[in-house]
Design a protein around this ligand. Structure first.
Ligand code: 8DG
Ligand code: MG
Ligand code: MG
Length: 146
């Protein structure tokens, strides 16, 4: 969807947790090109954050998720990007309905491919909103390790 750079957008992104790893893909975009980011996208009119997380993940990877919950929200002013942008980014967390399901790269024009990365050994470079979150010490993994 095309957006005006003059208006902040609302994005929902989702940590899919598998053990101590999270699902990331390298972006192909005028915002954060060639950086590793979470699956996610724009909140649609009338949609809950949980619905948006499940829909975007399905569109981008084919995965089905459960236990979708809100983690945190950050304000991301990305004026240095090829397309200057401002997003309020809602971070959700989830697990796969079927832990054996394999992520598919369903939007290869937007992403190089999906893979699992340990939260304590993330790939570089990270997309800035995610990097800022990781550097702040935020940990998306559940405290009980499940
Ligand atoms: P859509 O048309 O499917 O709704 O959008 P999309 O093509 O999937 O959008 P996106 O770029 O993947 O996500 C929308 C914006 O969300 C992105 O331009 C900036 C913001 N965003 C963050 N952090 C992250 C992140 O970790 N992953 C993704 N995908 N987007 C993020 O602030
Ligand atoms: Mg999308
Ligand atoms: Mg996306």
């Amino acid at each position: 969807m095309e957006r005006s750079a003059a208006v902040p957008g609302v994005a929902v992104v989702v940590f899919v947790i598998k053990g101590n790893t999270v699902l990331l893909g390298k972006r192909r975009s005028s915002i954060g090109d060639s950086t590793f980011a979470l699956p996610g996208g724009h909140l649609e009119f009338g949609e809950s954050w949980e619905e948006c997380a499940a829909r975007e993940l399905k569109e981008e990877t084919g995965l089905d998720i459960d236990n979708i919950e809100f983690l945190t929200v950050t304000n991301n002013i990305l004026l240095e990007e090829a397309k200057p942008s401002h997003y309020v980014t809602i971070f959700m967390r989830s697990v796969m309905v079927d832990p054996c399901q394999i992520p598919q790269n369903l939007e290869p024009n937007k992403c190089d491919g999906w893979d699992w990365y340990p939260w304590n050994d993330l790939p570089k470079p990270l997309f800035r909103p995610l990097e800022t979150m990781a550097l702040s010490g935020f940990n998306p993994l559940p405290a009980d390790g499940k």
